[in-house]
Design a protein around this ligand. Structure first.
Ligand code: ZN
Length: 155
């Protein structure tokens, strides 16, 4: 068994779609990043790579490589996990938390879980996604951005 953690943060901006866990969440603002800035997918990628001892998302998908511009991060998750499976490891479970004051994410969590489980080709029961706010405190509370944390167990 090997455990890994991932943390990511992206800032909000006008004129961007909000992609979380491979799900297009309706919201007036989206997150800024080289790829689609899917903060949840990025945290899970880092947790998986961390558990496998394979570095991090920036090492596997460097922003200096034009292939990853506007990439769908749920596809990057699929690619990262392919590499991990190649080393003989597979996911036991994923637990993740999205920290956002808005939008309200509860209605979208089932779709996020399904999307992540599909990318990893595992049962949705092995993927948990939670959403929380910071009661208005800090950069997520003021609506400047969204943070995500993930823990993954591999066997
Ligand atoms: Zn990111």
């Amino acid at each position: 068994m090997r455990i890994g953690q991932g943390v990511d943060v992206h800032a909000f901006a006008e004129g961007r779609g909000l992609m979380l866990g491979g799900v297009d969440v309706p919201h007036p603002r989206g997150l800024v990043g080289y790829s689609d800035a899917d903060v949840l997918a990025h945290a899970i990628i880092d947790a998986i790579l961390g558990a496998a001892g394979m570095g991090d998302i920036g090492g596997m998908f460097p922003s200096s490589d034009p292939r990853w511009r506007d990439a769908r991060s749920i596809e990057l998750l699929r690619l990262a996990y392919e590499r991990v499976r190649g080393a003989g490891l597979s996911v036991v479970n994923v637990d993740a938390t999205v920290v956002a004051q808005e939008p309200r994410l509860a209605p979208h969590i089932p779709a996020m879980r399904a999307s992540i489980a599909s990318a990893l080709e595992i049962d949705v029961a092995r993927v948990n996604v939670k959403a929380t706010t910071t009661d208005g405190l800090g950069f997520t509370g003021s609506g400047e951005g969204i943070a995500a944390l993930a823990t993954v167990l591999l066997e």
